[in-house]
Design a protein. Structure first.
Length: 195
């Protein structure tokens, strides 16, 4: 490889190092794993840089790849499909193979215990994941009497943290950011659907 090509590659990658983005790695089974949270492990590398801090993510709200599944499972469980789509967008950016550093998996980033509770057998199967995630949202809606912010806080941090915090949003920055992000996506989707 020539020095010019190597230099070009190094210079091209410099802006990627300056911004957050999507990190990924290939595991021993040949499965790609992605996350938007910078992991500590060296096996991850940056896949997509995002210097807009989420602004361009709104373009992905137009993603219709999973709309039929979202509509079906939302109808089955009595959950607003715009809310389900907003959670998918915030959690995985429509990546069915997303894995968080904490172990959440699939489109709706279900933790293994939650997936088991919701009878999800394959968290990387979009149908199974959306079914389980939508069922979980319904459970949280009933548990927190339709309070959207508490539902989302429980979805992100776990119901016990909300309950332990006297039915308030836990003082966890990640959870507060998640609530804000989902509500932004949700409001934008509702506005589009009503307009």
């Amino acid at each position: 490889m020539s020095l010019k090509i190597i230099l070009f590659i190094i210079v091209s990658l410099m802006p990627i190092c300056a911004y957050g983005g999507i990190y990924g790695y290939l595991d021993e089974r040949g499965i790609y794993h992605f996350t938007n949270i910078k992991p500590a492990g060296k096996q991850y590398h940056i896949v997509v840089a995002d210097k807009t801090q989420g602004i361009k993510l709104y373009n992905h709200l137009d993603n219709t790849s999973y709309d039929k599944l979202i509509s079906y499972h939302s109808s089955s469980h009595g959950v607003d499909p715009s809310l389900v789509k907003a959670v998918v967008m915030a959690e995985s950016n429509f990546n069915p193979y997303a894995v968080s550093p904490k172990g959440a998996q699939g489109l709706m980033q279900l933790m293994p215990d939650t997936a088991k509770l919701m009878k999800v057998t394959d968290p990387f199967d979009p149908d199974d994941n959306i079914r389980g995630g939508t069922k979980y949202l319904k459970f949280l809606e009933e548990t927190f009497q339709g309070n959207l912010e508490l539902m989302l806080a429980a979805y992100n941090a776990g119901p016990s943290r909300v309950i332990e915090n006297k039915m308030n949003i836990p003082p966890i920055e990640e959870t507060r950011t998640f609530i804000k992000k989902v509500k932004q996506f949700y409001n934008k989707l509702k506005y589009r659907n009503e307009g």
